[in-house]
Design a protein around this ligand. Sequence first.
Ligand SMILES: C[S@@+](CC[C@H](N)C(=O)[O-])C[C@H]1O[C@@H](n2cnc3c(N)ncnc32)[C@H](O)[C@@H]1O
Length: 286
Amino acid sequence: MTTNTQTNTKTMDEAFFEEYTSHDAILKYTKATAGYGISHLLDHDYKDAYLRALESLPAEVKQRGIRILEFGCGGGMNLVHLVSILTRSGIKIEKAVGTDFSPVLIEAAKLESKNYLRPDELGKIQFHIAKNESLVADLSAATGAPRAQLLGSFDFIIGVNTMRYCHRGGRELSCAQDILDLLSPGGICVNIDMNDRFPLFRSAVKNKFRAHKIEECYIPSLAEYAAPFKRTGFEILREEHFCWVSHSAGKGLCLVLRTLSPILSVLFKTRAMRSLVVARKPAAGR
Ligand SMILES: C[S@@+](CC[C@H](N)C(=O)[O-])C[C@H]1O[C@@H](n2cnc3c(N)ncnc32)[C@H](O)[C@@H]1O
């Protein structure tokens, strides 16, 4: 990497870090202020993807209680909602950990869990500052648990709208490797992120409607999202586009998009809003 690229990368890293430590970020990534669309997705499309992936976990894991990690968890909306859904439908959780590199979002996530979870659920959830590309080392530093103790200590790992930042910085392989190391044999990772083929996610298209042009984060293709998981030895269970409701959709738009979703999925599946990769760590001895 040339010095110039390093400087550019550093400046972009700093810009993203600033964006995700702002007050706006707290509003955007916590449930009360995030918008109707995200609540809908947490209750439907994302929930369905998580529940279907959870079915593939080994039976003994479900009996013992699932150990969940969300990386790049922002203000904790996904994880808090998932914990609530699972415990209220009788699925056992042993622990749930959320990580993010933004200290303000981790504080917001702690508050989010206090606002939305019952005391018995709250006792199972924790949030720590950790970077996606150094999850094992950062979790070890944050919790005081030795590295060896962390390896294989999660069964279900999710990442929502955060993996693209690893791709932008060329750190997707480190992230996938740490996820593999943290998962138990047969453990599952669900990765949901923006689809580069959805026209309105393209900077050039968005910038046509903006007075001030903005350089958006690089959006990988579906194959690019799946690649680091394949290269680090995961088995890919699902690799597809899905979901037609935007996070920011209001009630009316959400209803329209939801009604049209089945037709849009048949006609234009590769143009849906999100890319979904579900990857499984091979079971021991395979
Ligand atoms: C678009 S937000 C999504 C937040 C959350 N997953 C959600 O769906 O509400 C992206 C998140 O990724 C986090 N992030 C970006 N780069 C990261 C990195 N290298 N390590 C850890 N977190 C990162 C940001 O702080 C932010 O919370």
